[in-house]
Design a protein around this ligand. Structure first.
Ligand code: SF4
Ligand code: ZN
Length: 373
């Protein structure tokens, strides 16, 4: 925890005062204990005015319109576009972070764009996006901003998607997921050793979050594991993870296995071979998981969705481009009538693989003219 004064931000909930005069943040299982002027490990929440404040409310590290499959979500409004954005900071310390320029930003100089929740919702609507995704860094640490955006989006019929590590305590978790429609949880590995050594956090609270989302909410959930050679890619670990998902959540929660590229503090590790992703997918399918995918590689077979009963390709994918659609209007296999798990409409979207950066300043004038604030 570094000291830096003064800390400005919006007041938050989920903290309490300790007998020794420090304030404890209760948002995530790190439970940072802070004196006046100190920031937590996430860097964007800190103690000011004898409470905890969020310093990144209304500030973004950039917006982009992506295919929903890029989150990755393969069973949530396939083919549609999503307005993606993030802020700065993170409550994990992953050595393999693939977004470290934002997630580990301490200077906030990446937070170029100012955007109120209403403006963000307006941007999503005007851009034709069906949903907004809180991504690039974990939305839990900008809890208040993400929830206000989700509420503004709901008023405009835009859904909210979280991409999260699931490292959050029970009460803020319940409030957060009451506002979400879909989530991709990073299940980074299936060992406490990995979580401790490479993320500076713990597996247990992440599994609690995954169980909570599945059993206590209506939020559509998919899981993603970034496979790092020699660290979390053994047959035994993938078998144990898939068995846990099957036994605790059932066979319908999709699992994604994605490729690691050397980054941040792990430049000495090799990229994940495509064969490792195919092996992981085969292990999950053998364990009884109905929908398992490879990611970050070209693999039409491993990225398409198949009917678990008759084997027909339901949704063909090549990278982020849909190539086949064999679901009927109610989301059932067109060959045998078996439902496919997920959130589908009668037709797929047509966004394709495009990635389109957008800027709040391009929308602000029209938004204000329309009476926005
Ligand atoms: S949210 Fe940030 S300040 Fe709060 S406990 Fe987690 S890392 Fe610490
Ligand atoms: Zn079928």
């Amino acid at each position: 925890m570094r000291e830096r004064e003064p800390i400005e931000g919006v007041a938050t909930r989920y903290w309490h005062r300790l007998p020794d005069g420090r304030v404890q943040c209760d948002l995530c299982p790190r439970f940072c204990k802070l004196r006046e002027g100190q920031r937590g490990l996430c860097f964007v929440r800190g103690r000011a005015h004898d409470g905890m404040v969020l310093t990144t409310y209304g500030r973004s590290s950039g917006f982009c319109i992506d295919p929903i499959e890029k989150k990755p979500l393969n069973h949530f409004l396939p083919g549609t576009s999503v307005l993606s954005f993030g802020t700065a900071g993170c409550n994990l310390a992953c050595k393999f972070c693939q977004n470290w320029d934002m997630s580990k930003s301490r200077e906030m100089d990446t937070l170029a764009d100012q955007a109120s929740p209403e403006l963000v919702a307006y941007m999503a609507e005007q851009a034709g996006a069906r949903s907004i995704a809180f991504t690039y860094n974990d939305p839990i640490i900008f809890h208040e901003y993400a929830i206000d955006i989700a509420e503004a989006c709901r008023r405009r019929g835009i859904r909210s998607v979280a991409v999260s590590s699931g490292y959050v305590t029970a009460e803020p978790r319940a409030e957060f997921y009451a506002h979400m429609d879909a989530v991709n949880v990073d299940l980074k590995a299936f060992s406490e050793r990995f979580y401790h050594k490479l993320t500076g956090s713990e597996l247990g609270p992440v599994l609690d979050t995954i169980r909570y989302i599945h059993h206590e909410t209506d939020v559509w959930m998919e899981l993603t594991t970034l496979l790092i050679p020699g660290e979390n890619d053994s047959d035994g670990e993938i078998e144990a993870m898939a068995a846990w998902v099957r036994d605790e959540l059932g066979p319908e929660v999709p699992m994604h296995f994605t490729a690691f590229h050397p980054d941040f503090r792990m430049l000495d590790y090799p990229a994940t071979p495509p064969a490792t992703l195919e092996r992981a997918r085969a292990i999950a399918l053998k364990a009884g998981i109905r929908y398992a995918y490879t990611g970050n590689v070209h693999d039409k077979t491993g990225q398409s969705t198949y009917c678990h009963r008759c084997g027909q390709a339901l949704i063909g994918r090549d990278w982020y481009q849909l190539s086949e659609w064999n679901l009927d209007a109610s989301g059932r296999c067109s060959a045998c009538g078996t439902p496919c798990a997920g959130v589908f409409e009668s037709e797929p979207g047509h966004w394709g693989p495009r990635r389109l950066p957008v800027h709040p300043r391009s929308y602000r004038r029209a938004f204000e003219a329309a009476g926005g604030v």
